[in-house]
Design a protein around this ligand. Structure first.
Ligand code: SRS
Ligand code: CA
Ligand code: ZN
Ligand code: ZN
Length: 495
């Protein structure tokens, strides 16, 4: 039997070099029983010793050396019984032995972390990159399944996952076989399917899939989406659950793919990252507004001038207008010309006397030289920079009555469609036929992978849609259906 002896991985301690439980019972056991002729009781002891060493680090500390005051065998049996909700006797009763016989592998039930590792990511935007692909399916299918598996966790937390193409993303995904450079070789077909390191720098968060498995999108072979969703739970700092209904149960099971997380999975995730509605990183309007310090409280800036480089600055609405981009915030407007370095700024009224404050959304249709500004249930049309006539009700676009205001709007030239965003939904409006497209509204997170949140503002430029989410801006590629980069929202104003 090979043991982990020298150093532990950077983040979660994975005891992966053993062959898993369920492997031939004739394997050499831990400690003193090796080589003995074994009767049934001796076999149970061997099984228990191996099991506890594997999952409860019996007799080993993180360096692999024996502890001076190591916990007794019975204490570890009690730990394991507590974890599985058994009678806590400290002895090898039939129920305990039965669980030990159940095949399981990988991350120990009682997880440990190295000194460099931490239990959670301390940021809410987490990058991921896919390095080596499997040949079992098209790369685009892998991209889609990996993005969707991350979104399983993203949609239940304030976390946003951003695809990157670099080699130093937070979560590096790789399909590999056998020995693959991290001292935790895979074991060929079946057995361990994948492993992941908990949050941290370097190898922290990295997720490896055993490419000796037959990876599929369905139920023959091993379903990549299911395994990836489990592994990303580890990459976010979650450990195993003894509840078979939980995604974090340590053995592979067929599951309802539309509802992967148990209540326990969600609770554990929320304990690490909070819920989507109470964390500071919740992307809802009131909390972002409360971050933003109004100009009259900021002594560094004279009356009327706002601090555009405030790191918490978010925008209410952003739109292009000719060769300029307009950024609305409360009663304030910045106008940045594409070719000029300076930015014009001031109260909205100074530029558009009919409009005072709190624009919710804005978009422009360049080929018609039209800009629309939305506030509550009204919208104004601008031709050039002139506001035309009185505001009209937004229901003219075909919104149901319940929609009282929008979060964002963006026109995509290549499709001729304008997308309207409100909370977790979006609508698509055909500008040529002047009607809302059928089958809308739809969920933002389903159609815009990586965007599992409401949006503050959006604008289309240079072939990409840029979604402003609180103080961040995410660049979205419609062809690849993914977020390709993230930046500070006010980097657009030169900050
Ligand atoms: S991990 N992230 N917890 C990996 C975990 C996994 O691979 N579990 C093994 C598993 O379920 N394998 C299924 C195929 C083999 C079945 C035979 C019995 N058996 C990810 C998963 C929860 C998605 C556990 C396992 C089951 C196992 C094994 C391991 C036989 C080795 C040998 C590190
Ligand atoms: Ca394997
Ligand atoms: Zn690995
Ligand atoms: Zn696991």
């Amino acid at each position: 039997m090979r043991c982990v002896t020298l150093s532990w991985p950077v983040a979660v301690v994975l005891v992966l070099t053993h062959t898993c439980r369920g492997a031939p019972a004739s394997r050499a056991a831990a400690g003193t029983v090796t080589g003995l002729h074994r009767g049934p009781i001796q076999n149970d002891l061997t099984l228990a010793a191996e099991y506890l060493e594997r999952y409860y680090t019996l007799g080993r500390e993180r360096t692999g050396r024996r502890r001076r005051s190591e916990p007794t065998f019975a204490a570890k049996v009690r730990d394991m019984q507590t974890f599985f909700g058994l009678n806590v006797t400290g002895s090898l009763d039939p129920a305990t032995v039965e669980i030990m016989r159940t095949p399981r592998c990988g991350v120990p039930d009682v997880q440990e972390y190295s000194d460099q590792g931490s239990k959670r990511w301390t940021k809410s935007v987490i990058s991921y990159s896919i390095g080596r692909y499997t040949s079992d399916m098209a790369p685009s299918t892998v991209d889609h399944l990996i993005g969707s598996a991350l979104n399983v966790w993203g949609s239940a937390s304030p976390l946003t996952f951003v695809r990157s193409f670099s080699h130093n993303a937070d979560i590096m995904v790789d399909f590999v076989t056998r020995e693959h450079g991290d001292s935790y070789p895979f074991d060929g077909p079946q057995g361990t399917l994948a492993h992941a390191y908990g949050p941290g720098t370097g190898i922290g968060g990295d997720t490896h899939f055993d490419d000796d498995e037959v990876w599929t999108t369905g139920s023959n072979g091993i379903n990549l989406y299911l395994v990836a969703a489990h592994e990303f739970g580890h990459a976010l700092g979650l450990s195993h659950s003894n509840n078979p209904e939980s995604l974090m149960y340590p053995t592979y099971m067929k599951r309802n793919q539309h509802n992967l997380l148990s209540r326990e999975d969600i609770l554990n995730l929320n304990m690490l990252y909070g819920t989507r509605s109470v964390l500071p990183y919740h992307f809802s309007r009131p909390s972002w507004n409360s971050f933003y310090k109004p100009w009259h409280l900021s002594p560094r800036f004279p009356l009327f001038l706002q601090d555009k480089c405030n790191p918490n600055l978010s925008f209410d609405a952003v739109t292009t207008m000719g060769e300029s981009t307009l950024f609305f915030k409360d009663n304030y407007l910045w106008i940045k010309h594409d070719q000029q370095c300076d930015t014009k700024e001031g109260p909205i009224k100074n530029f558009m006397p009919k409009i005072d404050s709190d624009i919710d959304a804005a978009y422009s249709v360049p080929k018609k030289s039209v800009v629309c500004l939305f506030k509550g249930h009204k919208f104004w049309t601008l031709r050039g920079s002139q506001v035309r006539g009185k505001p009209k009700p937004i229901h003219k676009f075909g919104f149901p009555k319940q929609v009282e205001r929008l979060d964002a709007a963006v026109h995509v030239d290549s499709t001729g469609r304008t997308l309207f965003f409100a909370e977790h939904l979006y609508w698509s409006y055909d500008e040529d036929r002047r009607m809302m497209e059928e089958l809308h509204p739809r969920n933002i997170s389903e159609d815009f992978p990586g965007l599992n949140t409401s949006v503050s503002a959006a604008v289309h430029r240079d072939g990409f849609t840029h979604f402003f989410i609180g103080p961040l801006v995410l660049k979205y590629d419609h062809k690849r259906k993914q977020v390709v980069s993230a930046d500070k929202a006010n980097s657009w104003l030169g900050c």
